[in-house]
Design a binder for this molecule. Structure first.
Ligand code: BTN
Length: 258
């Protein structure tokens, strides 16, 4: 099991991960971090678990991960950013994870809108951002990160879409070290992010996204929108050119057509 001391040793971040909570089993690290947020915990706290009984994914889905093989953690942040920019925190976390994974594995990482990271076209990481507002202001954010690290077997229904670092890069990885690299990246990017300066994160995320200029279909609440993915909107939405005009979408599952 990952040990708190192993994670904290060698972590010289200014803010992120200065306080860590490590569990063998928990319901969901996002749920736990929300409890900390409600209780007034200072930002930068990290909650990590080896196994989640009710790990959460987007759209009420579950996040399934074998115990002791992966990275499942959440970070509590309290950035002073306007409500309309709060969705960009997903991109911030994506860029931090992509940089860290690339430096550890040497493999190129692709970002897929809105919250996935891909290796060789398959998803190895999902990010679940949960923002909590009070009187119209962002009170705190929970950024939940699930990374398939050393797991090599997946349920048959995920086999075609899911992967792990071990599977793609043919090596096993030191999870504590990878977590430290991610927290360092988050820490160094956070100086700008906390003040609402998210342009460079959006730019780096866009450079890692291969869907721009491509025909995509987006499934949203049982409806499908088709069009060409043009760019990221300033607030993190996806701008699409559709037969009926340009539109910006904020949720959905995107598939590149063809
Ligand atoms: C998705 O792709 O749907 C997002 C998945 C996010 C999963 C992570 S695992 C750690 C954290 N705790 C949760 O309950 N969910 C996130």
């Amino acid at each position: 099991m990952l040990a708190k001391e192993e994670i904290e040793r060698g972590l010289n971040t200014r803010l992120i991960g200065r306080k860590t909570f490590v569990f063998e089993t928990i319901d969901s690290t996002n749920a736990c971090t929300k409890t900390l947020g409600d209780a007034g915990m200072e930002e930068g706290a990290v909650v990590l678990a080896e196994f989640q009984t009710t790990g959460r994914g987007r759209h009420g889905r579950s996040w399934l991960a074998q115990p002791g093989q992966n990275l499942l953690f959440s970070v509590l942040l309290r950035p002073a950013i306007p409500k309309d920019l709060s969705g960009l925190l997903t991109l911030y976390a994506s860029v931090a994870v992509a940089r860290a994974v690339e430096s550890m594995t040497g493999c190129a990482i692709e970002c897929k809108w809105p919250n996935d990271l891909l290796l060789n076209g398959k998803k190895f990481c999902g990010i679940l951002l949960e923002n909590v507002f009070q009187q119209g202001e962002l009170s705190y954010s929970v950024i939940g990160v699930g990374i398939n690290v050393n797991q090599t077997e997946f349920p048959s229904e995920l086999e075609l879409r899911a992967t792990s670092l071990a599977r793609e890069c043919r090596s096993t990885y030191d999870r504590a070290h990878l977590l430290q690299l991610i927290l360092h990246e988050m820490d160094s990017l956070y100086d700008d992010v906390r003040r609402g300066k998210l342009e460079s994160v959006s730019k780096e995320w866009s450079a890692r996204c291969t869907m721009f200029g491509q025909e995509v279909s987006v499934e949203q609440h049982h409806t499908i929108i088709s069009g060409v993915a043009v760019k990221l909107h300033y607030d993190g939405g996806l701008v699409l050119d559709t037969p009926s005009g340009t539109t910006t979408i904020y949720a959905g599952d995107v598939t590149i057509v063809g």
